[in-house]
Design a protein around this ligand. Structure first.
Ligand code: MOS
Length: 737
């Protein structure tokens, strides 16, 4: 009998990625790394117009080319069904029109045919040789947005009346260019059909949802479709729901009876798999002369595609962010000949907070008040939108600690008044918020007699550290070395997991993992009691406990046995346990608590007008995101988000060319994202108030929150340096003169 193991603490400790060695040695296999016997390569043909009708497709030359197996177009594949999205059934997708469904072109790059050949190069050459004729109409990709109708998203008091009576007002309009997700791994599908079952190696942030959608699209039972995504080169939301390449590859594999590999090119990433749409927002603030807000009106309109009603929910944070008695938030859509938009890191809240946090800075300037002070005096006591308390809100502390660490008290509010080394300094700040919730999720565990453990859930790791945090949770619960934990995720055949989305997966996994461990322990106790010749034979199960991986008498832990000792004594190789947890996201009815994370960014820019050089020189950010389970991974997530915030403020914008409707800067050379050269050392600080509202570890999840508020903090700093208020992103250097 071995001694009970010493307490090992994994939760809250910085851990390097358990999957790191696989990644750095190239052993981790991403979707497109899968090569199957007999596999063919598919390359889509995209439309070269954004509005019109296909009049003819001439594939005769392409069909004659070397290695070409098929040129598939409308009518050549078994029909792919329209799906009605249903979140509660995990059947979500953004672009409901199945590929090849009709001859109408609604956006540039819409798939019109699929070339299939023995090699990628042959398929690409054949796709390029397909001639498509169109009846072309002028596309509408106009950037200025007017919604034909708007709806009220949130309302309290009488915002218009309070605004009219307010002594101090701000009325500003903000525009944000469309942003395209640019994960390094482009979307890819490797589809294999054995005559009975479909297997898809996918780039998916939700393998269960992907499985369900593909089964419905192809008319297959769910248990005949398997979606595997063991490693994902990030997604930022673009891989939450399936896109057209997946049913196309699957239908082609079924039709041809050969595995099909379809990997999107970088330009296709700008056309076919979602983006954050352009948003225009108007913020009207009314305040008393002491800075107290009396009215907030937030009206926004986002671009969406012709067939879809994607709403960029910019008012997500507005109703609970500030204390204000009178508020009205409205939203509207403007249809354009563009691909379907989708969630992109911090959907809604990120563009929304750019507008509200810019307007708060404008108000602070008008009041002659420090913007940190303005935030502090408008901190709400409860979520005034829902009329319920916050589960945990420590934004005040984020603001005060951030201000202190940044040295904010030395800020001279006068524009262009601060200098260093001959450069003008600008200091700006922005607060932020992001929803904290759980998805429905299950997990199963196997305890093995060799002391190893397997934890499984059809969740996935998009690069955020899910493998690692799951291993930490299990190692902690069982008091074993983290190396003894095998994590199985990224496979829809596992017990249903949750989406890698909304920064919610970690919080969603805590309960199911704990329940699975407890269930395995209970089963172990029952067997130990029933079994002959075990140290616990004949004991009463209720007198025993499973704690830190050991079976022990509740009153006498000297007889504790580790689970592997018990299993060996029982001559049982494996015992398993299943656990589940209910989601809170999208749950019906009014919640009892408002659950969000909060934070504050403090940004310094340097400005050299003589050479038109603007640099971000310092960022200090503080977050209240509950308990941080792995500070290394959490910091890494936040740093990545802030880099995106710098990109959003300074560089990122998809340009639709008016004539063709094409996203013209559709490459990593022309669509500029922030790189190391643009980013100073980032200082990230977590104030840890465990939030037990969501799970027993008190974790809320991190990721998206780091992007929220970052762009506004930066452009507020730009105002401080230059006196120019940036209301259109990305900032253009020529605006600063
Ligand atoms: Mo995130 S936009 O929920 O992948």
């Amino acid at each position: 009998m071995s001694e009970p193991q010493a307490a090992i603490t994994f939760i809250g400790k910085a851990r390097v990625r358990v999957d790191g060695p696989l990644k750095v040695t190239g052993m981790a296999r991403y979707a497109s790394d899968h090569n199957l016997p007999g596999m063919l390569y598919a390359v889509p043909v995209g439309s070269t117009i954004a509005n019109g009708t296909i009049t003819a497709i001439d594939a005769s030359r392409a069909r004659q080319m070397p290695g070409v197996r098929a040129i598939l177009k409308r009518g050549d594949l078994a029909p792919i069904a329209y799906i009605t999205p249903d979140f509660s059934d995990s059947v979500m997708l953004d672009e409901p029109r199945p590929p090849f469904d009709d001859d109408i072109i609604r956006y540039y790059g819409q798939y019109v045919a699929l070339a299939v050949a023995d090699t990628f190069e042959q398929a690409k050459a054949a796709a390029d040789a397909v001639t498509v004729s169109y009846a072309t109409e002028t596309p509408n990709v106009a950037a200025h947005l007017i919604a034909p109708k708007t709806k009220v998203v949130s309302k309290r008091g009488n915002a218009a009346k309070a605004y009219a009576a307010a002594p101090i007002t701000i009325d500003s309009r903000y525009g944000i260019s469309p942003e395209t997700h640019n994960p390094i791994e482009t979307h890819a599908t490797v589809a294999s059909w054995d005559g009975n079952e479909l297997t898809l190696y996918e780039t998916s942030q939700g393998v269960v949802n992907h499985r369900n959608v593909l089964a419905a699209m192809l008319g297959l039972p769910r248990d005949k479709v398997r979606v595997i995504a063991k490693f994902i080169g990030s997604g930022f939301g673009s891989k939450l729901w399936p896109w057209s390449q997946s049913p196309l590859a699957a239908a082609a594999a079924i039709k041809l009876g050969r595995p099909i590999k379809l990997v999107l090119s970088r330009p296709m990433m700008f056309r076919n798999v979602g983006h954050r749409p352009r948003v225009e927002q108007r913020i009207r603030l009314g305040a008393r002369s002491d800075g107290r807000l009396v009215s907030l009106q937030h009206d926004y309109v986002n671009m969406t595609s012709i067939l879809d009603d994607y709403e960029e929910n910019c008012g997500e944070a507005t109703p609970h962010m500030y204390s204000v008695a009178n508020l009205r938030v409205t939203s509207g859509l403007a249809k354009r000949n563009i691909g379907t938009p989708t969630s992109m890191r911090g959907p809604g809240a990120v563009p929304g907070l750019f507008a509200t946090e810019s307007a708060m800075d404008e108000l602070a300037v008008k009041l002659g008040m420090d913007p940190v002070e303005l935030h502090l005096i408008n901190e709400p006591q409860l979520d005034e939108g829902l009329g319920v308390p916050f589960s945990s809100r420590h934004l005040k502390e984020c603001l005060t600690l951030g201000a202190e660490k940044f040295g904010w008290s030395k800020r001279n509010p006068k524009v262009a008044s601060m200098t260093r080394d001959g450069m003008t300094l600008g200091w700006g700040m922005g607060a932020c918020s992001w929803i904290a919730a759980r998805f429905d999720c299950t997990a199963s565990i196997e305890l093995h007699d060799d002391g190893t453990v397997r934890i499984a859930s059809a969740s996935q790791d998009i690069g955020t550290g899910t493998y690692t945090v799951m291993a930490q949770m299990v190692a902690e619960a069982l008091g074993i070395a983290i190396e003894r934990v095998e994590v199985a995720i990224g496979d829809s055949n596992l017990t249903p997991g949750a989406l890698s989305g909304g920064s919610m997966l970690t919080a969603s996994l805590v309960g199911p993992i704990e329940a699975a461990v407890a269930a395995a322990g209970k089963a172990l106790i029952d067997l130990a009691v029933a079994g002959e010749d075990t140290p616990f034979s004949g004991a009463k199960a209720r007198d025993l406990a499973f704690r830190r991986g050991c079976v022990e008498a509740k009153s006498d832990n000297r007889r504790a046995m580790t689970f592997d000792d018990v299993l060996r004594a029982l001559k049982i190789g494996t015992i398993s346990g299943q656990g589940s947890g209910e989601g809170t996201f999208g749950a019906a009815g009014k919640p009892k608590l408002s659950s969000h994370s909060f934070g504050a960014h403090f940004v310094e820019v340097t400005w050299q007008p003589d050479i038109a050089r603007l640099r971000v020189s310092r960022v200090f950010s503080v977050f209240d995101a509950g308990r941080i389970l792995n500070p290394l991974a959490a910091r890494n997530q936040i740093e990545g988000a802030i880099v995106m915030g710098i990109g959003m403020a300074l560089f990122e914008g998809t340009e639709y060319e008016a004539g063709s409707g094409a996203p013209v800067n559709a490459s990593l050379a022309d669509y500029v994202v922030a790189t190391n050269a643009d980013v100073p050392a980032l200082e990230v600080h977590f104030i840890e108030y465990p939030d037990f509202n969501l799970n027993t570890l008190g974790a809320r999840g991190v990721g998206e929150i780091g992007l929220a508020g970052a762009a506004a903090a930066l452009t507020n700093a730009v105002y401080h340096a230059t006196g120019v208020r940036v209301r259109e992103l990305p900032l253009k250097i020529e605006q600063l003169f």
